[in-house]
Structure formats: structure tokens, C-alpha cells
Design a protein around this ligand. Structure first.
Ligand code: UT7
Length: 374
């Protein structure tokens, strides 16, 4: 039987501390007008001493599970996409696995910079569709503020901290992840990197003195690359899914720069209101930006079950990718391919229903979608 990878839960977590453009004016030679005009950013969230990439990821993951009837112990796989992992190893995903009590899950990190969430979602969806696993958590989480040099105005203004997570479950009715593209061009690696701290250039007093442990970026070239690939990757996944651009309800792009999103909209001949944009409040949260934008769009009622969506991003590597998906109902829809069908539930779902039946009988059978807590 054909398996489909459905997105059935989602959640986000951002630190409380806000760093505004006005705050940055006091730290580095920049100004609110320039930042807003050139990037669309007004403020970003910054991790407190107790926030870490794993703690934000854990909160987002628990929110993604909340209300779905899936227990952490039923999750088969956890992928954390991040470019600010807690350590070189062990993987941040292993810490999350332990913190949420996902006792049956394999866990690993995926590094494809800001495109990481799309790559990870695609990998998890492939594993679910193959039948080798049934349930996966895909998380994008960052504390980039720890890797930014706040004396470097070209990067200090851009990045913020946060996390977002999707729960993916295997189903035997169509929907969920429909198509995807994953691309890289390693020849552009030097355009955006953290040069020191890896095995090629281990940390020394000299590398620290030279600020080589911070993000270094050629903004103009990354900008040029991004405007080239966003529209083309979006078009590719739409075509591969057998749809037309008009069939897409919303595009959820990586939030790197408002002008990059505007260029993508022009390239696709789509009005800007078909794009989810929240860069103004969070800046660039790298792997977390797409799931955070998704969660907010859902909360605002901009996404409904049945909608066709495209997620699209780019980042260091260079990497870029897109993914088309349909947000479907959690339980078997009453109509599949036009035919009326009985409401059936999987064995895993029955087990979970059994456990929860005393508490939430009324909401179990008729729940059609999960919603992160307010
Ligand atoms: O997830 C992927 C991560 N990276 C990106 O997406 C980055 C993509 N690139 C960008 O978003 C843009 O290139 C930036 C926002 C980083 C820079 O914007 P830009 O319009 O490309 O500026 P620029 O680097 O071409 O600099 C234009 C001017 C320069 O002054 P002069 O030489 O024209 O006098 C800069 O020195 O703006 C100056 N400038 C600033 N001024 C005030 C650069 N950064 C700042 C700043 N505040 N923060």
C-alpha cells in the first residue's frame, strides 16, 4: 500500500528577549532606517543564558506533539536541522531525544545551513513513505546570537534565535509532502561560513583574535544567489507535484531579507500577500524561520487543511531547496479521491486512543487537525 508523509503537528519556541534596531544602534554603527529599508527587520529574539539550541528545539518539539495524540515514546526519528548545534558532537537531536523522552527514536543533526529544515523534512518524509518508519519529528533550531560578532554590522543586524518543529506521520491516503528539490553548490562555500572551530581550522588564540569563530558573509553575493534560486526552486516543486503556481495557497519562504522574498514574488508573478512574511519581528532564524512562519500563519488563520503550500529556502553551502505539500486532516478524511470512505485509524492511533480514552474521548475521533498551544 502506498504510504504518504503527512504533517500532523507543529510548534515553535522563541526566546523572550527582544533586540530592536534601536538597541543595535547603541552597539554598532548602524541605524533603524537602513536596517528596515535594506532587510525588512525591526527586531529579533535573543537567547537568554538558559536558552540553548536544544532547549528551544525541545519546547518546539513538545508543542508539535501537543494535542496530536502521539506520545514522544512513539516517535521513530528526530532530525534537528541547525547551524548552531550545542556541540560538534553529540548531536543536538540526541539531547532533544533524551529531554522529550523519545525512547524509541533514532536522532541526528542535519547541517545544510538555512536550507536545513527543508532537507530534513524531505529526508524524514522519504523515510516515512518508504515504510521504514511511521513517525518523525523534524526540528529547525538556532541560537545564532552566540555565533554573531556584534561589532560586524553586516551580520549583527540579520540573525535571531528560535525554533520550529513539524510532526510527520505515515498515512495511506494522499497528501502531505508531495515533491521536493534539494540542491547545493559547494563552490560558493566561502560566501557564508564560520571559518574556525572545525577540524580544518581548530580554535586557537589566533583564530579567536581574528574573529574567525564568528559568522563571515559576503552579503551582496549571497543576496544575488538567493534571488536567482528562490523562484526557480519553487517553480520546480510545483511542476513536480503536477500543479500550477495558481494552485498554491501560500509560499512559506526562508526569512532572510524582505527584498529577497519580494524578488521571488516578482519572479513567480505572485502577489506578495501569497507569501508568509514575519522577518520584521524575528530577523533571520536560519533553519527555524520556515516552521516559525508556518506556525504563525496557522495561528492567524492563513493556513487551512486542504491548502497546497510551498516551503522554499537557501543558505550557506551554498544550498537551496523547496518542498510542496498539502496540509491534510489528521484522521482519514471522509472523502478520498472523491469516494466516500469509512473513518479508519492506524494501529498506532488505536493504541494512543486506548491510553487517552478516559481523558479526551470527545475530541479523539472528530479531531481534524492539530494546533499548537496558544
Ligand atoms: O540565510 C542566508 C543568510 N544571508 C543572507 O540572506 C544575506 C543576503 N544579503 C543581504 O541580505 C544583504 O546583502 C545585506 C542586508 C547583508 C546587505 O545589504 P546590501 O544592500 O547588500 O548592502 P551592501 O553590503 O551592498 O552595503 C551597502 C552600503 C555600504 O555602504 P557604502 O559602501 O555604499 O558607503 C555598506 O557599508 O550599506 C552599508 N552598510 C550598512 N549601513 C548601515 C552595510 N551594512 C550596514 C548596516 N548599517 N548594518
Amino acid at each position: 500500500m502506498t504510504r504518504y508523509a503527512h504533517i500532523t503537528g507543529w510548534g515553535m519556541a522563541v526566546p523572550e528577549r527582544v533586540l530592536t534596531n534601536q538597541d543595535l544602534e547603541k552597539i554598532v554603527n548602524t541605524n533603524d532606517g537602513w536596517i528596515l529599508d535594506r532587510t525588512g527587520i525591526r527586531e529579533r529574539r535573543i537567547a537568554s543564558k538558559t536558552d540553548t539550541t536544544a532547549s528551544l528545539a525541545t519546547q518546539a518539539a513538545l508543542r508539535a506533539l501537543h494535542g496530536t495524540g502521539v506520545a514522544a515514546s512513539e516517535v521513530d526519528l528526530i532530525i534537528v536541522a541547525t547551524c548552531s548545534p550545542e556541540h560538534l558532537f553529540p548531536a543536538t537531536a540526541s539531547i532533544v531525544q533524551d529531554q522529550i523522552g523519545a525512547s524509541q527514536a533514532g536522532a541526528f543533526d542535519l547541517l545544510a545551513a538555512c536550507t536545513g529544515f527543508i532537507f530534513a523534512l524531505n529526508m524524514a518524509a522519504q523515510a516515512v513513505r518508504s515504510g521504514s518508519i511511521d513517525t518523525a519529528l523534524v526540528i529547525g533550531s538556532e541560537t545564532l546570537s552566540r555565533l554573531v560578532n556584534y561589532q560586524d554590522r553586516s551580520t549583527a543586524i540579520l540573525f535571531g534565535d528560535g525554533a520550529g518543529a513539524f510532526l510527520i506521520e505515515g498515512r495511506d491516503w494522499p497528501g502531505g509532502v508531495l515533491s521536493s528539490v534539494m540542491r547545493s553548490d559547494g563552490s560558493g562555500g566561502e560566501l557564508l561560513s564560520i571559518p574556525a572551530g572545525g577540524s580544518y581550522m581548530p580554535t586557537t588564540l589566533e583564530t579567536v583574535r581574528e574573529n574567525m569563530h564568528y559568522i563571515q558573509m559576503n552579503g551582496r553575493e549571497v543576496f544575488r544567489f538567493a534571488t536567482r534560486v528562490m523562484a526557480s526552486a519553487t517553480r520546480e516543486v510545483i511542476e513536480e507535484a503536477g500543479m500550477r503556481v495558481e494552485d498554491i495557497s501560500l509560499v512559506i519562504p526562508h526569512q532572510a531579507n524582505l527584498r529577497i522574498i519580494e524578488a521571488a514574488a516578482r519572479g513567480l508573478k505572485l502577489p506578495l500577500d501569497r507569501f508568509v512574511i514575519n522577518i520584521e519581528r524575528y530577523g533571520n532564524t536560519s533553519t527555524a524561520s520556515i516552521p516559525i512562519a508556518f506556525c504563525e500563519a496557522w495561528d492567524q488563520g492563513r493556513i487551512r487543511t486542504g491548502d497546497n503550500l510551498v516551503l522554499v529556502g537557501f543558505g550557506a553551502g551554498l544550498t537551496w531547496g523547496a518542498l510542496a505539500m498539502t496540509l491534510t486532516e489528521r484522521e482519514r478524511p471522509l472523502k478520498v479521491d472523491g469516494r466516500r470512505s469509512t473513518l479508519l485509524v492506524s494501529r498506532a492511533r488505536l493504541r494512543s486512543i486506548g491510553r487517552r480514552i478516559g481523558r479526551r474521548l470527545d475530541s479523539l475521533i472528530f479531531r481534524t487537525s492539530s494546533r499548537p498551544p496558544d
